[in-house]
Design a protein around this ligand. Sequence first.
Ligand code: FAD
Ligand code: NAG
Ligand code: NAG
Ligand code: NAG
Ligand code: NAG
Ligand code: NAG
Ligand code: NAG
Ligand code: NAG
Length: 526
Amino acid sequence: MNVFKCSYRLPLLLLVLPLIFQSVTSAIDGSVYETFLGCMSKRNSSDHVSSLIYNPKNSSYSSTLQAYIRNKRFNTSSTLKPVIIVTPLHVPHVQSTILCTKNMGMNLRIRSGGHDFEGLSYVSDINFLLLDMSNLQSINVNIEDETATVQVGATIGELYYNIWNKSKVHAFPAGVCPTVGIGGHISGGGYGVLMRKYGLTVDNIIDATIVDVNARVLTRKSMGEDLFWAIRGGGGASFGVVISYKLHLVRVPETVTVFRVSKTFQQNDTDIVYSWQHVADKIDRDLFIRLNLKPDNTKNTIHASFTAFFLGNSERLVNVMNSGFPELGIQISDCKMMSWIESELFWSSNVNNPVEILLERKYSPKFSKRKSDYMQTLIPRNGFESLWKKMVELKVVELVFNPYGGRMSEIGESETPFPHRAGNIFKIQYSVNWDKEGAEAEEYYVNQSRVLYEFMTPFVSKNLRGAYLNYRDLDIGTSFVGNNSYEDAKVYGEKYFKGNFDRLVKVKTTVDRDNFFTNEQSIPTL
Ligand SMILES: Cc1cc2nc3c(=O)[nH]c(=O)nc-3n(C[C@H](O)[C@H](O)[C@H](O)COP(=O)(O)OP(=O)(O)OC[C@H]3O[C@@H](n4cnc5c(N)ncnc54)[C@H](O)[C@@H]3O)c2cc1C
Ligand SMILES: *[C@@H]1O[C@H](CO)[C@@H](O)[C@H](O)[C@H]1NC(C)=O
Ligand SMILES: *[C@@H]1O[C@H](CO)[C@@H](O)[C@H](O)[C@H]1NC(C)=O
Ligand SMILES: *[C@@H]1O[C@H](CO)[C@@H](O)[C@H](O)[C@H]1NC(C)=O
Ligand SMILES: *[C@@H]1O[C@H](CO)[C@@H](O)[C@H](O)[C@H]1NC(C)=O
Ligand SMILES: *[C@@H]1O[C@H](CO)[C@@H](O)[C@H](O)[C@H]1NC(C)=O
Ligand SMILES: *[C@@H]1O[C@H](CO)[C@@H](O)[C@H](O)[C@H]1NC(C)=O
Ligand SMILES: *[C@@H]1O[C@H](CO)[C@@H](O)[C@H](O)[C@H]1NC(C)=O
């Protein structure tokens, strides 16, 4: 089973070029490169900046671009490529890139780990420069004060490895896929198996460094609480270039426990799934049980697989399961005890892998599409029966249910831009991955995910359908790059941020009034 749940292009919708960027679309010869290089060299003359700046003629341009493409949908010959790629080594290079790009009136895309499901960090429908942050990857773990400072180009696997290398009883609540980048993950929210105990990644951030539109380097104190609030869940790309985050580490026992059990429809899985729904957000917060639902096309049935992480030993886990969720029938023999770092391997790949695999940046992407929903009411039993039927009919869409509750319910909706707190039972991820090249295949698979999303309408929140920013989905709305209108942006903005959208707009208007930091789903100015 491929449990490396680590793998997703713009809808076939062409965005109209905003007027402000049209002046540069004709200048795609060498002159943009010469102008940019001249500007960069003038500002940082003592560095050899030309070795950090790639134009399409440079032999390593393609490999630099492709190194962090994590979705094959955006690795096609027809995908618009950056006019220039900059790979800064130091903060001054980032400052100069912002100023030089602004001078040229061009769009800038910021990429850390490149996992954006719609490729917004390295794809644009208008000419753009790519700021690739992957070289800014330092990690400093301080066990004495239980903090770590991590640059955005590091991966969460590298972060986990570095924490483990210093302490076996500390961890950090972030995602399970090791190649995900710190920059996008943290600025967009971040969640993983420690969520019910410790909340989201953004609930455990104590400081940050950002370069703003005027190339000022700001920390929490100098940026102020509004901007610091915005870059903890509101997405970094609307506000500036985040350089690093300072994290508060959390405690974990030396031994944790995991299990993974699968059921099929014939084994009464409607009842078990139905029961999961009743308990998963209420059970002991030391326990996180993810539910994966997958159509089995040879047997016309559904596989339900329950993967659990528990902050304790197997005996206590079995007790918790027996009293809270006996329907699953978990026994000691289903449980595996291990260290927290091994549990990360269990979730992302295979527990027998060496811990060093967390440092591996190579990743073979598929073509993928994701969508998301938040559930505030229970799906009725006959609802599940019809869902199974639909999933079998559609064949290719998998669902991942992630339980909320615990710490998540104690944090107020407006404490961070991420609003989906108390009252949410679980989050749904709609997932399709495919290997077949071409527009026809893409249309087929993406359509299947949209059909299932439509099918779920009666079961999800009636008034305002929620979505998770880090599961980027352009289907829920877009606005014009460089000219993001409030009305257009409100459509996706309220799904991602609910009532926090307006505060994000205010922060944006204060820190980037001319809307330099813009993309198809950025926060607009007033
Ligand atoms: C395989 C896979 C597994 C995943 N698993 C999880 C999971 O377990 N939990 C979870 O919460 N999410 C998960 N995600 C979603 C992931 O958190 C988001 O895709 C996240 O935004 C990726 O960050 P990145 O730096 O790799 O992406 P990027 O594509 O580099 O960036 C994503 C967005 O952030 C912006 N950005 C990036 N760096 C900066 C910066 N330094 N300053 C300002 N803006 C910046 C980009 O411009 C873009 O808009 C997963 C995604 C994938 C593909
Ligand atoms: C911005 O978009 C609006 C419509 O959304 C349009 O009326 C306006 O002319 C656009 N302005 C620019 C500068 O593109
Ligand atoms: C790209 O090519 C130019 C010459 O055309 C060279 O000066 C520059 O160093 C090259 N950049 C990189 C990153 O190799
Ligand atoms: C992108 O496509 C090229 C061929 O055009 C291939 O060599 C490369 O491996 C692909 N990269 C990714 C990340 O899919
Ligand atoms: C590089 O340029 C930036 C502004 O573009 C400036 O703030 C910084 O001091 C320069 N650094 C060096 C080392 O030249
Ligand atoms: C792990 O820590 C030791 C020192 O405690 C250090 O020598 C080693 O280089 C570290 N490993 C990595 C990969 O950082
Ligand atoms: C399914 O589960 C319910 C309750 O959990 C039980 O009453 C019923 O007998 C089970 N059916 C089968 C076929 O196992
Ligand atoms: C999308 O899929 C549904 C059901 O599988 C089908 O009825 C519909 O025609 C498809 N639409 C497109 C545009 O392919």
